[in-house]
Design a protein around this ligand. Sequence first.
Ligand SMILES: Nc1ncnc2c1ncn2[C@@H]1O[C@H](COP(=O)(O)OP(=O)(O)O)[C@@H](O)[C@H]1O
Ligand SMILES: [Mg+2]
Length: 360
Amino acid sequence: MIEVKNLKKSFDGQTILQNVNFTVNKGDSVVIIGGSGCGKSTLLRCLNRLIVPDEGEILFEGKNILDKKTDVDLFRRKVGMVYQQFNLFEHLNVMENMILAPMKVLKMSEKDATERAEELLKKVGMENRRYRMPSALSGGQKQRVAIARTLMMQPECILFDEPTSALDPTMVDEVESVIRRLVDDGMTSVIVTHEMRFAEKISSNILFLAEKGIYEEGPAEQIFHNPKRELTRQFVYRSRMFNRKVTRRDVDLLSLNSELKSFAMPYGLNRKQTLGISYILEEILMPILQIEEVNDASVSLICDESGSGHKLIIECEGYKADTELAPEFDDMGRLLARNFTQSIDYYVNATGNWEVTYVL
Ligand SMILES: Nc1ncnc2c1ncn2[C@@H]1O[C@H](COP(=O)(O)OP(=O)(O)O)[C@@H](O)[C@H]1O
Ligand SMILES: [Mg+2]
């Protein structure tokens, strides 16, 4: 359906993408992943000509959309786009948002447009809120409306640019389920996401962008479990890692605790591990932050899929103790930490900071 050939794009003399080649077939769900700033949005925007590439071809059903003769409006109707920031009209209610473009652009009658809108709102579970203003909706609900609105134009393909990254973690799932249902129904999709578990489940093919192009391409099984190249390996590893800096003054234990747990949840988190995280934060991290020499601490969680245990790491900036003088070194604390963990490892790392790793 879409064929990208030798695409190149630069901004201000700086090459962002070059030598990009890939194909999206009808019914595919192609997922694009990669570090921040690597050109994912740029590539997606090239696909519906919001950005014009410097070189290359983009064929849509065999026709080059970069051709001067191509009817851009017609083409854009066939390729919908869903943005991170929803882009609903704030002064229009849900129904008005839904029917505006189809009436204007497709010349649908209000009656037909409303009927179709009812149907699509039902599909995304928003039929009870058809007359609400966007400001009265949660982020997840806004995004579901934005997706339904895109469907109003009867696109043949939808491009999603990080559709869940502006959402509160509790709302990610409802939006992912809607996208998943569309894909299962055969909607051709290109999805940029930083939710790796979602990428793994939904993709027919994954493009990993790095070094100004497609660095590695393949099915989820290859990219996530058997990457062929080094940067892919590193990226996938980092994506399983949660990291947060905390200081004595700004530490918010409850929120850190729940963030850690929601991050680890998709990888599996049993009761003992859950308790272990809470315990270590309260009984180890907090006392550590009270130590005069500790400027701040960094808390990392590296999630494991193989069942050998998640690693919770606390690194203390500015604390140069040798391992024997570990700050949480008191018998009671140690005993309790042992109870919740498979192993504990103290370590002075390459930067000279003291750190401790708990395998949960
Ligand atoms: N309109 C623009 N003008 C200049 N530079 C841009 C523009 N859009 C994106 N860039 C730059 O191109 C690079 C890739 O951006 P983007 O595609 O948004 O990355 P990603 O979506 O992967 O985070 C970034 O370095 C960004 O600053
Ligand atoms: Mg982007």
